[in-house]
Design a protein around this ligand. Sequence first.
Ligand code: ZN
Length: 240
Amino acid sequence: MNDLSVRGVYRRYVVEPRIAFFGTADPAIVGDLTNMSIAKDILWTGTGWVRSPLELLARKVVGPATWYQNVCENVKGTVCYVQTWTHIDVRILLNLDAGIDAAMQANIENTWKNGIEGTWNSPVPSVGASPRAWKCARQGEAPCRVSFKVHWVGNNPHHYVNVHTGSGREDEYTWYTMTLGSTAAHEFGHMLGLPDEYIEEAVCPGRAPVGTGTIMANDSTYIPQRLVQWVSDEIGSDLQ
Ligand SMILES: [Zn+2]
């Protein structure tokens, strides 16, 4: 399961709203932020039972009425997921063509889940680097991995994907039984709101950036900071 920083959640969802409301002039509030006294005395010693209320506090549902515009094209994609602190859950419903049997379904689900979670949970953070998960933390908080999980569901999905037999040109909503795990990982990026970064002069001469070598450019495992910065920004943390 995902990492959860007790102090981080407390700082973000208890202390910071109080500062926003009361200001920082109150020494009790400033002291709280510095010492995390409540977090230490009550929450820190109770990470077991207190975990689920903390998760509720730190959970944000994004979408479904959220859109990203693929740069300069008339391509719009849906952005939809649940963020719990640094963990992202995405529920996907696969609309399978009639010819796809249970064995094939199990096979492609396995391939795509491995491709998506393997890439997003162990990205190459800079060119030439070894794969390692991005982490979020402020000083004094436990660093939490930025983590991603795919759930294949039969109802209440974040995203629908039509799956056809064979191969073809994929997009966020259209995959094929021959679709690679690396391609599924790219399309997953669209589900999180990230636009394409490959050169497509004919239909999209103004797209920028392009030729970046990232997962959104050529389905690589290269996921630089700017592509996951939104996870960190949402919880007011620092990406490392
Ligand atoms: Zn794309």
